[in-house]
Design a binder for this molecule. Structure first.
Ligand code: ADP
Ligand code: MG
Ligand code: ZN
Length: 487
């Protein structure tokens, strides 16, 4: 693994927030719809149908470009990219080739305590192809394939990075940053199935670059890259040079497999789309979009550090998903206590249990009020830190109200002095030797307090328990002294 690794990514992002497709008024919300119900002459590519650019898509693309620190083109121009495949009804895809809407951006990632710039070469606005559906799940096992054009024409951004990443982890960090930016911009929900698809390019020193196509999630990108590093290195170890090729990621078997031989640039026969003559992108539009940009993750994390006194690392975890950062701020507002305590509890305890449900289930599984209740119970000393940790699991998994749960489970601390005094007395009777020790050595007091805690199965308020033990010892001392003096 000592050979240098180079990674560059091509990311396809659907603009899922748009109501309609890129060039027609068909609904872009195609998920869960019966096949071929969101179609019209334009997105079916029928002869004579004319595309009209969706203005909202243009605005969304500009906002992403600005958020990626890129330069917005001054013209909007489209090209046809030809290929013959059943998911493509026109036999060409409308995309951008010579003049991408965005160039020369970058994102910063935090890696090994250092900030690293990942440059973005270009970003295209283009249309998504349709979808092939295999009745048996995979092409290998299906006797025929079906085609669904609901997705055809949905607005897509293709973001191409420079080969600036050197490890699968860096690629993951880049994609996580990008995902959070898209969430904050509100242009795409990358957690929807197929909304963020990645082609990962990877080469290892001494070999050619391999492109792993169409990986469906950030986690899978990291895995696919790790697999390729091992595969390419072991080829090189055997003296075989990895060749330039396209491969597919098979998530079920966690391997990459060679793909069909791809078209080269010439085969695509790019040409300007005559139905979409170039139009100027008004500087005022870019300015207006720039002014309406929301607070983005990096700035938000800085604010969390400044305003709430969070460690940078905690702040970064919170802003890694918009929903999580929103949730945190909701909790902070309702709670009114130490924002660091709230952050700690969410990041270190809640998130851990939420993994099984996914971040989107956050608000529905755990309303912010419930977290606030736990934090208050903790502040009031009703529950211990350990009990708060235990509560995280039950509130996420069982969806219970913490206050009620605490009462039922008998978490409530016993601070009733009368009751605890009786326990103390019992303990003193049962452990006369420990009592004699404690009268002499202050350290031995702990044993007696511990016995009181044990007898109440940890429910005694330890502060009260200690006070009562000390008081009882004082009484014994006083009695001992008076007995001596009366002798
Ligand atoms: P093409 O136009 O053939 O797709 P590009 O040069 O545009 O090739 O690069 C496509 C992607 O591959 C980019 O994301 C780029 O960062 C990445 N890439 C380029 N060279 C390498 C390399 N040697 N190793 C890994 N990735 C690379
Ligand atoms: Mg490419
Ligand atoms: Zn349509």
């Amino acid at each position: 693994m000592k050979r240098r690794t180079v990674i560059g990514l091509e990311i396809h992002v659907q603009l899922t927030a748009l109501k309609t497709k890129l060039f027609c008024s068909c609904s872009a919300d195609y998920r869960h719809s019966p096949p071929n119900t969101h179609v019209c002459p334009v997105c079916l590519g029928l002869p004579g149908a004319l595309p009209v650019v969706n203005k909202e898509a243009l605005r969304a693309a500009i906002s992403v470009c600005l958020a990626l620190n890129g330069r917005v083109a001054d013209r909007l121009r489209f090209d046809r990219k030809h290929y013959f495949y059943p998911d493509m009804p026109k036999n060409y895809q409308i995309t951008q080739y010579l003049e991408p809407i965005c160039r020369e951006g970058y994102l910063e990632i935090e890696y090994n305590g250092r900030t690293k710039k990942i440059r973005i070469r270009r970003m295209n606005l283009e249309e998504d192809p349709g979808r092939l559906v295999y009745p048996a799940g995979s092409p290998l096992h299906s006797p025929y394939s079906l085609v669904d054009y609901n997705r055809a024409g949905v607005a897509l951004l293709e973001i191409v990075t420079e080969p600036d990443m050197e490890s699968p982890e860096e690629a993951r960090l880049f994609l996580e940053k990008l995902r959070s930016i898209l969430e904050h911009l509100g242009v795409s929900d990358p957690s929807l199935e197929g909304a963020m698809r990645v082609d990962a390019n990877i080469s290892v020193e001494g070999g050619e670059r391999v492109e792993v196509k169409n990986i469906g999630s950030i986690h899978e990108v990291e895995r696919a890259l790790m697999y390729e590093i091992v595969r390419q290195n072991s080829l090189l170890d055997k003296g075989v040079k990895p060749k330039r090729e396209t491969r597919h990621w098979d998530p079920a078997h966690r391997v990459t497999i060679p793909a069909r031989v791809k078209e080269t640039e010439e085969d695509y026969r790019y040409m300007p789309d005559p139905n979409l003559p170039p139009v100027r992108i008004p500087a005022e539009l870019v300015k207006a979009v720039a002014e309406s940009l929301p607070e983005l993750p990096d700035k938000r994390a800085e604010r969390f550090v400044r305003e709430y006194g969070l460690p940078r690392k905690t702040a970064r975890v919170l802003v890694s998903r918009k929903l999580l950062a929103d949730f945190y701020e909701d909790v902070v507002k309702m709670y009114g206590g130490d924002p660091r305590r709230a952050a700690n509890y969410i990041v270190n305890d809640l998130l851990n249990w939420l993994k099984d449900y996914g971040i989107k289930a956050l608000y529905s599984r755990v309303p912010p009020e419930r977290v606030v209740k736990v934090l208050k119970l903790l502040d009031e000393g009703v529950i211990s830190i350990r009990q708060a940790k235990e509560l995280a699991e039950v509130i996420v998994k069982k969806g219970v109200d913490p206050e009620e749960y605490v009462k039922k489970a008998g978490y409530v601390k016993i601070s009733d002095e009368e009751y605890l005094s009786r326990i103390v007395e019992e303990v003193f009777k049962e452990h006369p030797k420990a009592v004699r020790d404690a009268l002499e050595k202050p350290k031995a007091v702990n044993f007696l307090v511990g016995m009181v805690m044990a007898k109440t199965r940890g429910r005694a308020d330890p502060v009260v328990a200690r006070r009562l033990v000390l008081r009882r010892l004082e009484e014994l001392r006083a009695r001992g002294a008076s007995q001596t003096s009366s002798r």
